[in-house]
Design a protein around this ligand. Structure first.
Ligand code: PLP
Length: 450
């Protein structure tokens, strides 16, 4: 079981803690959960579920039993918070007049969002919308084949780029790839730059990771695309500036399209609109999603340059909800919220608050091996001891259930990394409250283990 958990992107729904949790729920909640488990197809990481939601608002989820939970998980889509009034008002206005736009036609609001998104960065002046992040990555992979005439892809072990067959092929997570049959051919994987448990010693600048990719590009010879998250969301891996600078140059040298998947981390999460801005590079393509739909509508996008607008004889996306007026209304409202409420700056300043508190916890709890983060995305890496850096056993899960009981939700990655992803609109008080709950969990787990 531990082996399975450590390969998982998120938390697992078949552990002993989950069983104990289920036993503690009221009968009304249990009844709905029972029906949910009866009718939905079971799958790892979701069904069976653990509680029933009644409402969401700002940074909070409210369950059917009235439990209020600060949501630091939010599937990474709640940058502007749940039920954001501006988003709801914009979507409701469009809902009353033009809820759908069949593909033969366009509509003002979709064009307006396209115009806004393509004006953020001069190198990314073309856009295509999709109903989800996995589909946005599929479009990028397809377009990369079209513009390069090469079908091979290099990606990273452990990466998640979506749950479609093509995206699990470029993804690197065993829990999605194992026992599922043949995947997309022509995909090579390389190690993810890891600052805490580096693949190679004495490589602070992460040059060896770049050299390895060069080796693959050279020996494979006909690679068309390199896809990776700029900053990996799940276990919060933040590559060195040197890594991305050199990777950008390497892709240029080999005529490889650089696709950055920023589906969970664009739109201000890291303190800049796109995470690649921290590195002073521009990818050939970037995919965004999740928060683009304002925590209301499924909405994602591929952005690229004019020079890649070459697919006139292919359908790159061709999705039913391609120019959804509702999705576009949500997207525009999100962009306005980011700007009007200065949320990028807020992500940076609240992120600094989080850093101080988490480092302080690290000083006091040897269970915390590493704390790493950027903007309002933080990872707390738990270890059995700091010398070996061996991943902790079930402590992250015990901490999770302790926090859930006390009103804080977050994702656990690879069984031992606590992933903290609050909405950017969270108040300072709420942030401290959440970190108090987390600290209380560390205190309690540590005390009970002594
Ligand atoms: C990095 C990354 N890429 C792609 C996706 C897929 O997005 P979606 O679930 O909207 O298909 C996700 C979703 O978690 C993600 O984190």
């Amino acid at each position: 079981m531990n082996d399975l958990i450590q390969k998982m992107e998120g938390d697992v729904n078949i552990t002993e803690s989950r069983k104990t949790w289920m036993g503690s729920l009221d009968s009304g909640t249990q009844e709905i959960l029972g029906k949910d488990a009866r009718y939905f197809i079971h799958q790892a990481l979701s069904t069976p579920c653990m509680e029933v939601l009644e409402e969401c608002d700002g940074a909070y989820l409210v369950t059917s039993s009235g439990r209020k939970i600060l949501d630091f998980h939010g599937n990474n889509l709640h940058q502007v918070g749940y039920r954001n009034p501006h988003v709801i008002e914009s979507v409701t206005r469009v809902l009353a007049r033009l809820p759908f736009s069949p593909r033969r036609y366009t509509n003002k609001i979709a064009v307006e969002l396209a115009e806004r998104l393509t004006s953020i960065h001069p190198g990314l002046s073309r856009v295509l919308f999709a109903p989800g992040g996995s589909e946005a990555n599929s479009m990028a992979l397809k377009l990369a084949r079209i513009v390069t005439g090469k079908f091979k892809v290099v990606s990273m072990w452990g990466a998640f780029h979506g749950a479609g067959l093509d995206t699990i092929s470029v993804g690197g997570e065993a829990s999605f790839r194992k026992n599922i049959g043949p995947l997309l051919p022509g995909v090579e994987h390389v190690p993810q730059p890891d600052s805490y448990r580096p693949f190679w010693e004495n490589d602070a600048e992460q040059n060896k990771y770049v050299e390895y990719v060069r080796y693959v590009f050279e020996n494979e010879g006909d690679v068309g695309a390199f896809i990776a998250e700029t900053v990996r969301n799940t276990d919060v891996q933040i590559p060195s500036p040197n890594f991305w600078k050199k990777m950008r140059a390497l892709c240029d040298e080999f005529g490889v399209v650089l696709i950055l998947d920023e589906i969970p981390i664009a739109l201000g999460r890291t303190g800049s609109f796109f995470a690649f801005e921290h590195y002073g590079i521009v990818p050939d393509m970037v995919t965004i999603g999740k928060g683009l739909g304002g925590a209301v509508f499924p909405m994602a996008a591929l952005l690229t340059s004019d020079k890649f607008n070459q697919a006139i004889e292919h359908s790159v996306g061709h999705f039913t909800h391609e120019k959804s007026p509702l999705g576009a209304a949500a997207g525009l409202a999100v962009l306005e919220e980011l700007e009007n409420r200065d949320l990028l700056r807020r992500a940076k300043s609240l992120g600094e608050m989080m850093r101080v508190r988490l480092v302080d916890m690290q000083d006091r709890y040897p269970l915390i091996g590493d704390v790493r983060g950027i903007g309002l995305l933080w990872g707390v890496d738990l270890v059995t001891d700091r010398t070996s850096k061996k991943r902790a056993g079930n402590e992250a899960e015990r901490i999770l259930y302790h926090c859930l009981e006390n009103g804080l939700s977050f994702k656990v990655s690879q069984g031992s990394v606590i992933n903290l992803c609050p909405p950017l609109i969270i108040s300072e008080d709420e942030l401290h409250q959440a970190l108090d709950i987390l600290e209380g969990a560390f205190r309690s787990i540590t005390a009970s283990d002594q």
